[in-house]
Design a protein around this ligand. Structure first.
Ligand code: TRP
Length: 361
């Protein structure tokens, strides 16, 4: 969808070669803040590619975000806006991807209720996230919404009849649970639901700038797609490197050094990076005693590389930011398309469960 072209109902595309309908993809994000480089490397790049070959639904999972943010619902709206700005900025095309607001698709809540009959408490307690939170924090005082969120995620996936779910490895338990629930549903009520498959991208998780395994908002160690050049520079300059290397003249470690992990992930010139790594490993000083390959040199290379990656994204984001009406049009259109699809699935589910009463309301 081009800017200023108002969003209308969009027909989904057909695969030209086979002239068969495209398979459907469903994926989603919790709208809890702006998206960062970890999201970019881990999912956005992949989604931009996939959107050409699949009918794509991207869920703005506000209901799921509420399961651990229910005291602050007022933040969700702003976050949905930020996330969709990031989507558009990286090149997700709202004609190809429906951006769907989860809370505006009541079919998902309805499906969740039916699925709850098909799962035991013991089973959801085996979900790693639920298990850890119960053990470390809540005990029996755990909110039911939180315990049930894996079931709600099964409803997210099945509500759109998704064939494929492109996600990170951390979402594997949800996909497995979904497949179990779908199997059980189809067994009790007849073949109705599509059995979805996880699609796991071969990307390693990006560490935080502090060297922790994961880049995340809550750890305050993320570089955002919307960070300006100054912020980016400060963050990279403060990055954790090789803690063993006290002076830049000492031999340094490249493995597990997040500056090099980022360079590997984003720098287009691998030969140059190999050379930097070699010199970093060697260490050594020039005739004045200055390091031949200090952290600052490597960090400058990373700053340049990230600026070239982020500049076009920043420019597009700034464009879209100027037109709020367009942004909400895109969200309305995507949600409308999502609801239409979920309505079809819901009808099939109701008739399979014999809930299709001949009443007029
Ligand atoms: N649980 C996902 C996350 O935390 C977000 C999400 C919600 C999702 N519903 C989904 C992902 C359905 C894939 C499919 O990132």
């Amino acid at each position: 969808m081009r800017k200023h072209e108002r969003a209308g109902q969009t027909q989904f595309l057909m695969n030209t070669a086979s002239n068969t309908p495209q398979k459907r993809i469903l994926t989603g994000d919790r709208p809890t803040g702006r998206l960062h480089l970890g999201h970019y490397a881990g999912s956005l790049v992949n989604r931009v590619k996939l959107q050409n070959d699949y009918e794509t639904y991207i869920l703005l999972a506000d209901v799921q975000a509420l399961t651990d943010n229910y005291e602050r619902p007022e933040t969700l709206q702003a976050h949905i806006r930020e996330v969709v700005l990031d989507y558009l900025a990286v090149g997700l095309d709202p004609k190809r991807c429906a951006f769907v607001v989860q809370s505006l698709v009541p079919e998902i809540a309805e499906l969740t209720i039916y699925y709850l009959n098909l799962v035991t408490l013991a089973r959801v307690e085996r979900n790693p996230t639920v298990k850890t939170e119960i053990k470390q924090k809540f005990g029996h005082e755990v909110p039911m919404g939180f315990v049930c969120y894996p079931v709600s995620q099964c409803a997210d996936i099945t509500a759109f009849g998704a064939h494929l779910v492109p996600v990170g490895d951390d979402q594997k338990p949800m996909i497995e649970l979904t497949r179990e629930i779908v199997g059980r549903f189809n067994q009790y009520y007849g073949e109705t639901l599509v059995l979805p498959e996880g699609m796991y991208a071969e990307v390693s998780r990006l560490p935080g700038i502090d060297g922790q395994a994961k880049m995340s908002k809550s750890l305050n160690n993320a570089i955002y797609l919307s960070d300006d050049a100054d912020t980016l520079k400060k963050k990279v300059m403060s990055m954790y490197t090789d803690p063993q290397r006290i002076r830049g003249t000492e031999p340094g470690n490249v493995e597990g050094n997040p500056v090099f992990t980022y360079l590997d992930a984003f720098h287009p010139n691998t030969a140059l990076i190999d050379e930097l790594k070699e010199r970093y490993r060697q260490g050594g000083a020039d005739e004045k005693g200055k390091p031949l390959m200090g952290d600052v040199v490597v960090k400058r290379e990373l700053i340049d590389c990230l600026n070239s990656l982020l500049d076009p994204i920043r420019t597009r984001r700034a464009e879209f930011e100027k037109d709020d009406a367009y942004l909400w049009d895109v969200i309305s259109d995507g949600t409308r398309r999502g609801r239409a699809r979920a309505g079809e699935v819901m009808e099939a589910v109701r008739s399979a469960m014999k809930l299709n009463y001949p009443v007029k309301l």
